[in-house]
Ligand binder design. Structure first.
Ligand SMILES: Cc1cc2nc3c(=O)[nH]c(=O)nc-3n(C[C@H](O)[C@H](O)[C@H](O)COP(=O)(O)O)c2cc1C
Length: 348
């Protein structure tokens, strides 16, 4: 299945496994790449040293190309870029607050730059800043997400930019891949579908929350970090919606300090990153405080295995998935479904 995306990334199928904090680890990334897709390591919640360790671990598990995701506004970003260049990582992905100088440096080193965007104007801006391709996430998608559905946003972006466009938000199968190609995309990118696989490191009890959920229970809220984010509406999110300003402040201090310990970022560096995020996203002070809570609350569910005590970022597509296949099985199935769908359409 050759498309401009497979040409750009050197993978066999136009299928990207997106980065997901604490989910897209070396095992998931290498399983994706060995099966012919293209995986991104979730570097946005790692220290630079952990990113380097992750890259080395992936290289021990696959000889296929792969990518790294990180935030360009994060304290360790410059170091992560040097690590990606040193290890000849094929591609990087990033989203909010891209930095021109960093993109220029990555491109000069031959690294493919693929940001994720959730709005038409952000896609145009990203390409102006040098993106080699863009992942366009419709509002169905998991984690931080925009307001416009894939069926509307994707063709608009395809018409507006001159680089390969990858469709994200709501994809899980070969029919979806063919639909995305029909809209002019060069492939699909999936988060939730890869979270719901055998190789995903998410604890079984947390995976069970995803297989049980109905699509309408996967809602968008700004309550976690001030930016619209799609999550499963569980006890933890309901509590967050009702918490007082003082309660939020206490949570933010506690969780911010804990996150500073796990990322190795100093408190001043975290405050600076918070300030830059506030400026870039137009957040209020209260919203910036809320952002300090997000990592620890997600970790409680995704790492510690307490699905109701933590936050479960998810695409609506979780409501349409009830299995946990091995990654190779999943990618083979998508390929087969796509071919069958194309054949059936050809007979019309
Ligand atoms: C659990 C979870 C964690 C995520 N973490 C990140 C992240 O760390 N960085 C990022 O750029 N996107 C993150 N996302 C967004 C995904 O990379 C991807 O864009 C999205 O899941 C696509 O929509 P889908 O879930 O419908 O496939 C996350 C999504 C989920 C579900």
């Amino acid at each position: 299945m050759q498309t401009p995306l497979t040409d750009l990334l050197g993978c066999r199928y136009p299928i990207i496994q997106t980065a997901m904090g604490w989910v897209a680890d070396p095992v998931l990334v290498s399983a994706t790449c060995n099966a012919g897709g293209f995986g991104f390591l979730a570097g946005a919640v790692m220290t630079p040293a952990e990113v380097e360790k992750g890259i080395v671990a992936i290289k021990a598990l696959t000889d296929q190309p792969f990518g790294v995701n990180f935030h360009m506004y994060a304290p360790g970003a410059a170091e992560i870029i040097d690590i990606c260049i040193k290890h000849r990582v094929k591609a990087v992905s990033y989203s909010r607050s891209p930095a021109s100088a960093m993109i220029t440096k990555l491109k000069a080193a031959g690294i493919v730059c693929i940001p994720t965007v959730g709005a038409l104007k952000h896609a145009v801006k990203a390409v102006e800043m040098g993106a080699d391709a863009v992942v366009v996430q419709g509002s169905e998608g998991g984690g931080h997400t925009g307001a416009v559905a894939s069926t509307i946003l994707l063709p608009q972006v395809v018409a507006a930019v001159n680089v390969p466009v990858v469709a994200a938000g709501g994809y899980k199968d070969g029919q979806g891949l063919v639909a995305a190609l029909a809209f002019g995309a060069a492939g699909i990118a999936m988060g939730t579908r890869f979270l719901m696989t055998k190789e995903s490191p998410v604890p079984q009890v947390t995976k069970a929350s995803y297989t049980r959920v109905q699509a309408e229970q996967v809602i968008v809220s700004t309550r976690l970090d001030g930016i619209p984010q799609r999550m499963i509406n569980n006890d933890c999110l309901r509590n967050l919606q009702n918490i007082s300003a003082l309660g939020m402040l206490w949570l933010a201090i506690k969780n911010g300090l804990a996150f500073s310990r796990i990322t190795g970022a100093s408190v001043p560096a975290m405050l600076l990153a918070g300030w830059q995020m506030k400026q870039a996203n137009g957040l209020s002070f209260g919203q910036t405080l809320m952002a300090a809570n997000a990592p620890m609350m997600i970790q409680a569910a995704m790492v510690d295995g307490h699905p109701n005590a933590g936050i479960l970022p998810s695409g609506q597509v979780a409501g349409a998935i009830d299995d946990l296949p091995a990654v190779a099985e999943l990618i083979e199935q998508i390929e087969r479904q796509a071919r069958d769908t194309l054949d059936a359409l050809g007979r019309l």
